[in-house]
Design a protein around this ligand. Structure first.
Ligand SMILES: *Cc1c(COP(=O)(O)O)cnc(C)c1O
Length: 286
């Protein structure tokens, strides 16, 4: 099975034209940047590994992708969360629902401190050195595309959580990589970069307004809808709504017609299912 080589398309949104790397289309079950970040484990022979263990939020895209990885590799999957919201427990949707269907064991308690040798432990969100293996492949796909199509003055943009994807893309790409902090502020993201690499960090765009991760901003829902109307592509509500907004402002201010822009679609569409349900509960008129 091939989990690499996603297409690149040109789209126009609010009169700005840019390219988009469709990593949301990598594979039906294993897509987006989590597929890139976990590619190392996918192609590796996990000899002696009986269980994958991770932790984080009960709605995380990483959680779902790890449930797929465990299924493909024939291991079990244990996932630790602080808390599962009661509405989610009562009506499983999105990543939570499909990860459970893949056989995930979920525990509402602290992650154990140590594990047996037959456990593969994956840090929250996949902020790992091993992530660079799959992200180098993504970088190479972009480089080859740009060379084959004589795309000059390319700038690459993607929104960040842990910043792992943006960081390793900058490591392996000869173009400027630009990102924004969706989880926490710019300082937090900078710290995340330093945990993995000391230099060659992506440029971080400042946010014009403070946003809290996971909060239901009507503005984000509207951007998501407008994107769908104008491009016919579903974008992630948690990261892309903010990402595209800042990216668009950046292009407008950059104002250099000789520049080309590439936005990385990092998947996360399954996660929208529970987000949309929360939006509909909060804003009855939607
Ligand atoms: C996980 C995720 C991100 C953040 O990726 P990082 O490598 O942690 O910065 C961005 N967008 C989507 C859709 C994701 O699932």
């Amino acid at each position: 099975m091939n989990y690499t080589n996603s297409p690149i398309e040109k789209i126009t949104f609010n009169n700005n034209s840019f390219y988009i790397k469709r990593d949301d289309l990598l594979h039906k079950d294993f897509s987006g940047n989590k597929a890139r970040k976990f590619y190392y484990f996918l192609q590796k022979d996990l000899i002696g590994i009986k269980k994958i263990v991770s932790h984080g939020s009960a709605q995380s895209n990483a959680m779902y992708s790890l449930s797929v990885l465990a299924k493909i590799k024939g291991t079990s999957f244990d996932y630790y969360v602080d808390h599962i919201a009661s509405f989610l427990k009562d009506n499983p949707t999105g990543n939570y629902k499909y990860a459970l269907e893949n056989g995930m064991n979920i525990y509402e308690k602290e992650v154990p401190n140590n594990f047996e040798d037959d456990v593969l432990f994956i840090k929250e969100g996949g902020a790992l050195n091993e992530a660079q293996f799959g992200l180098k492949i993504l970088a190479d796909e972009i480089k080859i595309w740009a060379e084959e199509n004589s795309i000059k003055n390319l700038k690459v943009f993607l929104p960040s959580g842990t910043g792992t994807t943006a960081l390793y893309l900058q490591k392996y790409l000869p173009y400027e990589v630009i990102t924004c902090a969706c989880v926490g502020n710019e300082e937090y993201l900078k710290k995340q970069f330093f945990q993995l690499e000391n230099s060659n960090h992506p440029k971080i765009l400042a946010k014009t307004k403070k946003y809290h991760f996971g909060k239901l901003y009507k503005e984000f829902y509207e951007i998501h809808l407008r994107l769908l109307e104008q491009t016919n592509i579903k974008f992630d509500l948690l990261y892309d709504s903010l990402g595209i907004k800042l990216f668009e402002e950046y292009i407008r201010n950059d104002n250099k017609t000789s520049n080309n822009y590439l936005y990385i679609h990092q998947g996360g569409i399954i996660g929208n299912e529970s987000m949309l349900q929360r939006y509909k509960n909060k804003y009855k008129e939607l």
